[in-house]
Design a protein around this ligand. Structure first.
Ligand code: UT7
Length: 323
């Protein structure tokens, strides 16, 4: 018998303000055509000035709780992936804890930038597998609009704000790939590449900073490492690309998504794509795509879903879930 972390609910939230590519043409030497053809992005959402990451996260969490038919106090642990928490401390996760009236659980943030949700899922799975929690709320939430250099056309047109959440509950499985729940995880990082994607400020340097990226280099690493980590995660449970119902990739660039799918040997008809509507929402992008995929009827119970992501660090990884 094996304890499995089974998905019981999923939800997402996007701030009201939608910003189409054309809006950047007013202030930058760029075009809708360039942004669309190089990244696949057509629009993104930006949080209102008074909206914080924990606000977005709370909306997503409440939607996931509603789908699971649970109250805030049914949750044992809250794991929130973000690089844009409201405050230096306490964690955004504790703010969500208060907002959903959870008084019995424990809450903490995970920071692995765009790979954050994959890291959070893996940690939540470990909490359930080890018996430290029965029900875990896993959230990815970001307000990357707060760390943009609005004069850098190579980055500020790519990112957006949003949040997605998943509720995992312990169930007893057989220990085979036929079980529902998280079947395997694969996490990696390599700090030698920290200068490819970073924020040039932080608490310990007494500044806030803005995002800096060597886009071409990140692109090159992404295609190679994403296919590799997805293969590794599938291999850990004896599955291969033909067993995959849906790939739900980090939504950074349609060309990365297409190249990774090709390398993995999965057709684009089995890939959930939301990058055109959300832009790159960092740790929020996978739970947003999962929630969209479920709400439009693509992802169904029993499907084999592979999520994969890469971001600053570099940090990357994949999770295989039987939905
Ligand atoms: O989420 C974390 C992971 N992040 C990623 O996965 C992002 C990875 N990188 C990418 O998605 C792509 O590298 C970008 C979308 C950032 C850039 O696409 P690219 O095809 O690699 O373009 P590039 O950086 O090589 O730039 C090509 C040209 C340059 O001009 P020159 O030097 O050829 O004259 C850029 O200055 O495009 C120029 N450029 C732009 N032109 C119009 C860069 N940004 C823009 C822009 N509008 N917004």
């Amino acid at each position: 018998m094996t304890r499995r972390a089974v998905v019981k609910g999923v939800g997402h939230y996007l701030p009201e303000r939608v910003v189409p590519n054309a809006e950047f043409e007013k202030t930058l030497d760029t075009t809708d055509e360039w942004i669309k053809s190089r990244s696949g992005i057509e629009r993104r959402h930006f949080a209102a000035p008074d909206q914080t990451t924990s606000d977005l996260a709370t909306h997503a969490a409440k939607a996931a709780l509603a789908m699971a038919g649970m109250d805030g106090n049914d949750i044992d642990a809250i794991v929130l992936a973000t690089s844009t928490a409201d405050l230096t401390f306490p964690s955004a996760a504790t703010m969500v804890q208060q907002a959903i009236d959870n008084t019995k659980g424990y809450a903490f943030d995970v920071q692995a930038v765009c790979a954050g949700f994959v890291y959070a899922l893996s940690n939540a799975n470990a909490l359930i597998a080890s018996g430290q929690a029965d029900r875990v709320l896993v959230i990815g939430a970001e307000t990357f609009s707060r760390i943009m250099d609005w004069t850098d056309r190579g980055t500020c047109v790519l990112f957006g704000d949003g949040a997605g959440a998943v509720i995992l509950e312990a169930e007893t499985g057989t220990g085979t790939a036929k079980d529902r729940g998280i079947l395997s995880t694969d996490l990696n990082s390599d700090g030698r590449y920290k200068d490819l994607l970073y924020v040039d400020g932080g608490v310990s340097t007494n500044s806030t900073g803005v995002l800096r990226m060597v886009g071409k280099e990140v692109f090159r690493h992404a295609v190679e490492k994403l296919a590799q980590t997805a293969h590794t995660a599938l291999g850990k449970v004896g599955l291969g690309p033909d067993d995959v119902t849906w790939v739900v990739p980090h939504q950074a660039n349609i060309r990365i998504i297409q190249s990774t799918a090709k390398k993995l040997g999965v057709g684009m008809d089995r890939v959930i794509v939301t990058v055109q509507d959300h832009g790159n929402t960092s740790a929020a992008s996978i739970p947003l795509a999962l929630s969209v995929g479920v709400s439009n009827g693509q992802i169904k119970q029993g499907d084999v879903v592979v999520t994969e992501a890469i971001g600053g660090g570099l940090a990357w990884g994949a999770v295989v879930i039987r939905w």
